[in-house]
Design a protein. Sequence first.
Length: 256
Amino acid sequence: MLNYLSAELWRMRCRRLDLAQWMIFLLLAALAGWFCGTGSPAEALEAFQNLLPAGLYAALPLTSWAEGDAARTGLLTNEIVFGLPRGRIYLGKLFAAFLMGLLLFLFTALAFLGVALPLAAQDGWGTWEGDPVLALAVWIQLLEAVLCALPRYFGAAALAHLLLFSLRSAGLGAVLYYLYFFFGEMTLAAVSFQGMGLVGTALNTLGDLLRPFLLSGPYFMDMPPAEVGQSWTVGAVWVAGASALGLALFRRREIR
């Protein structure tokens, strides 16, 4: 698995068009940091925290980068003919997306905060507007937000990998992915069915059961803040469920 994962990461680095697109993304992150560096350092960190939900929408192009149109370029056929286990192929590409996602997140944080914090710092790096206790509290809050966001990114990447890898049309997978986030999760989080009798009651009950497992749940205004443990549980459920379904479909799939 390690050799396959290393090969996947090398192949991703060779896709220059994707690298160029992500470089533009990092430049935009630095530009956002420049715009957000006009206030205090605490405000700059808060602005970065507010941008964390964007990672859910970046999970699909990141996973597409890892998947690399393998089924449509013949690479997948070559790997199957060579005798590689299908589980290694599916999970290897998913883990490559995870690792590149972590690396991209680190570069995004460096691009944003590396521009925003120097512009916002007024009292030097040793104090925080004269209050080092406030500095520590703000950094801890940001760390908790990041630890809550990362497993949800993993869950979103697992869902995107399932759709892109299992559907013959990558465009259809992208449409279904964004439809789910823009309409599916928003509906489950915000809509309450009234005046529909037993049907409405059943739909509301289903919504109550599913709402804690929404990937974007903590980012809705009416949802309570996520805890780190709960977020990792939600992420693990999504990764396990999407991977199990994806592997089952892949093992039954005829590769030509």
